[in-house]
Ligand binder design. Sequence first.
Ligand SMILES: NC(=O)c1ccc[n+]([C@@H]2O[C@H](COP(=O)([O-])OP(=O)(O)OC[C@H]3O[C@@H](n4cnc5c(N)ncnc54)[C@H](O)[C@@H]3O)[C@@H](O)[C@H]2O)c1
Length: 283
Amino acid sequence: MEIKKVGVVGCGTMGSGITQVCAQSGYQVVVSEINDELLNKGLAAINSVLTKSVDKGKISQQDKDTTLDRIKGTTNTKDFYDCDLIIEAAIENMELKKKIFAELDKICPKHAILATNTSCLSIIDMAMATSRPDKVLGLHFMNPAPIMKLLEIVKTIATSDETLEVSQRFGKSLGKTIVIGQDTPGFIVNRLMMPFLLNAIRMLDAGVATREDIDTAINLGLNHPIGPLALADLIGIDVVLFVANAIYEELKDPQYAPPVLLNKMVTAGWLGRKTGKGFYEYK
Ligand SMILES: NC(=O)c1ccc[n+]([C@@H]2O[C@H](COP(=O)([O-])OP(=O)(O)OC[C@H]3O[C@@H](n4cnc5c(N)ncnc54)[C@H](O)[C@@H]3O)[C@@H](O)[C@H]2O)c1
């Protein structure tokens, strides 16, 4: 099966980036939002990223125009009727995702692959909301999707070899390096990253070192581009709590149990960069 047209559900942080990278790689893309305001906001974000790339000389004005020409925004899910692959990038909520998958199953062609960009939720649960669990899998893009080289492909126990193979080819056509993980909580990246972030928070709470020294130690000692506390602020403290809780719920492994400080920060509204305060303060 050849993928020509891609659908993306949601034009937020991830959906806009996924739409951009697919269009830049030559695919026709239909991207949906729940209303015109959010759709226009998402499309404007893509336009702005591409304009900056033109200004920096990374792409030509013509590259930008061709990319934008390949993107069609919609608020009507029925516009996915002729897509070969649909990537769901709506908010991280299982009930909503199951509803979206059931709807896509009715609208999309029989051959279409239905993928989710979920960070940690069970993909087989979404697959079972459709009549084609063999054609459902995870395509977990990293943030920002156009820049990050990794694509984590997540295979459920029902995903067929053909679906996996077509998806690998698709990922490579976007210029991504692919890793394949099983449909287990947090897959590969978040399963490894979460204990790391949570332990940094526990260390800070226990007074082992200052926030700056914890981050500098990892930044310069392990050559990570950013320390774990600054990274938690970037991801969003509420998102870190949500992902930790979701993995803990399934595995009951104490290394994923959210530290008290994390809960308190979310209660206080210290959600990281997006609210101007997390482990650090942002202007
Ligand atoms: N932000 C990250 O760093 C990151 C990284 C990897 C994966 N993810 C995952 O990607 C998904 C999206 O995350 P995000 O950060 O882009 O969230 P976001 O809140 O920025 O965007 C989600 C968008 O989906 C839209 N939406 C909700 N229901 C919809 C529907 N029925 N139809 C169309 N659009 C709908 C919302 O209006 C919103 O604009 C989540 O599952 C998240 O876990 C996020």
